[in-house]
Design a protein around this ligand. Structure first.
Ligand code: ADP
Length: 473
């Protein structure tokens, strides 16, 4: 019998009535008659009396033997009575199992309402919100495929399996396995029904498939454009110098876009690979951000966007980090701010030091929509924070939760000619996570957006209060 099966539900071995008292009584009777016969010849009434004596002792012995068998069987009966309840010997073990388990009992193949659960471990009670120790199976699960596998195990005496999706707000995907358990005392069929939660596995699988589909689509679009222009240049535009120059410029932009996409994809996969290893170099956040500001200034000027860095003084915002990755974070946020700002707009870039996680994620404007996109797992005492605030069109509240999804772009936004990959904020989030930091966004329609990213501060030797250095480009 398998260990996990509640033994109490199985039919106990049938006890045979013991024959020794019968044999002993018979021998005793015969011995008495022989003894009497040896002493004197038996007359007819004496022989009848002797036979009656033998019959009576034998009958008495049979009754005793039968009662004994009954008593032995009754020793097992409490287990049967416990079957539907809690106190079966293996109940503690079965209740400790993380996977939900039910025992189903049924007698009538054609009567679905006859399927009853007669045992449910703790996990099953929680999953299926079971309150009674036994009841109708259809009150717990109505899915026809589940009922079918149960019948397969009950009456087909075969293992059977299906996948079942629960409804409700927190829908779960469950693999259900039914296994025959033989017959109960009363001849009813028994089956074990085990559930395994596959929600998370399926979610990861779906994310991977969606990611591959999206990545292929994103790469195929510029590739198709390149192929089209090559055909045109080979064909009717072959001798058209003006058209050729224009097409080559477009092809160049498309090739660059593909290259950016591949860079971002590779970067994302590298970050994910090391996400569990916290970086341990010492990085000055202000210095790293200043380097990015210097690099982006020219592009911002071309767009008519003014960068306003307000940075904690050198050495005041030292974090444990990977410098290249911190530069990548600043680059993505500042690039976005410039990209989604109208000409003439200002982008404010602040680095502050010595804030708690709550203070970093706290809002700047009460009326703005705010969302934490990443909260640090292990809260450090103090953080260094980078805030990038633009005065662009803002992001609608319903789009905020999806900003860090790969390839997600808010529809209908103008980002000038340098179309993004939709991977920038996903990269920012993964880098912040690797650094045990946090990320939040705050936006106000038509007034602009602030992205805030923060990293645990290296416990600093006593420094003067973080001063601010302002530089406007
Ligand atoms: P992309 O490369 O498309 O910019 P991101 O992951 O960096 O990808 O950003 C995702 C989307 O979030 C963008 O496509 C854009 O719709 C929106 N977004 C990001 N930053 C801003 C911003 N500062 N202002 C308005 N929308 C933004």
């Amino acid at each position: 019998m398998p260990l996990l099966q509640p033994p109490s539900l199985m039919a106990p071995r049938k006890r045979e009535a013991s024959l020794w008292p019968v044999v002993a009584a018979g021998f005793a009777g015969l011995a008495s008659i022989l003894a009497l016969a040896a002493l004197q010849r038996l007359d007819a009434p004496a022989a009848v009396a002797a036979l009656l004596f033998i019959a009576a002792t034998t009958a008495l012995a049979m009754i005793v033997a039968d009662r004994r068998a009954e008593t032995d069987a009754a020793d097992e009966a409490p287990q049967v009575a416990r079957g539907a309840g809690e106190a079966a010997p293996y109940a503690t073990l079965i209740n400790a199992l993380p996977d939900p388990i039910l025992v189903i009992q049924a007698s009538e193949r054609d009567d679905l309402s006859d399927r009853r659960y007669v045992f449910a471990n703790t996990a099953a009670r929680e999953l299926l919100r079971i309150q009674h120790s036994e009841g109708l199976l259809v009150t717990l699960v109505r899915d026809p495929q589940v009922l079918e596998v149960v019948d397969e195990a009950l009456f087909g005496a075969r293992d059977a399996e299906t996948v079942y999706e629960t409804g409700g707000v927190q829908a779960r995907i469950l693999r259900v396995h039914a296994r025959p358990l033989g017959l109960a005392l009363d001849g009813a069929h028994l089956a074990l029904l085990a559930f395994r939660d596959e929600t998370e596995v399926r979610r990861v699988e779906r994310t991977r498939t969606d990611f591959l589909a999206n990545a292929s689509h994103e790469l195929r679009t510029p590739l198709a454009s390149l192929t089209g222009f090559i055909e045109t240049l080979r064909g009717h535009a072959k001798d058209d110098r003006t058209a050729r120059d224009r097409f080559l410029a477009i092809m160049h932009a498309q090739a660059e876009r593909m290259s950016r996409l591949i860079d971002d994809l590779m970067s994302l996969s590298r970050i994910e690979l090391n996400e569990h290893i916290a970086p341990d170099d010492e990085v000055d956040l202000s210095q790293a951000v200043m380097d990015v500001v210097d690099a982006v200034t020219q592009l911002a000027r071309e767009r008519g966007v003014v960068l306003e860095p307000v940075l904690a003084r050198g050495g005041a915002a030292r974090v444990l980090g990977d410098r290249d990755q911190i530069v990548q974070v600043a680059q993505n946020l500042i690039d976005n701010a410039v990209k989604y700002s109208p000409p003439g707009a200002k982008v404010r870039i602040e680095v502050e030091s010595g804030l708690t996680a709550e203070a970093c994620a706290a809002g700047l404007r009460a009326e703005a929509q705010r969302l934490s996109l990443l909260t640090p797992d292990h809260s450090a005492e103090t953080y260094a924070v980078l805030r990038v605030t633009d005065s662009g069109a803002g992001i609608a509240r319903e789009n905020l939760p999806r900003l860090t999804e790969r390839f997600y772009r808010v529809e209908g936004q103008k980002s000038h000619e340098r179309a993004g990959t939709g991977l920038g904020l996903a990269i920012v989030k993964h880098i912040a996570n690797r650094h045990r930091g946090g990320l939040s966004v705050e936006s106000l329609r038509d007034q602009g957006t602030t992205f805030t990213v923060y990293f645990p501060l290296i416990a600093a030797p006593a420094l003067p209060a973080a001063g601010l250095v302002a530089k406007v480009s």
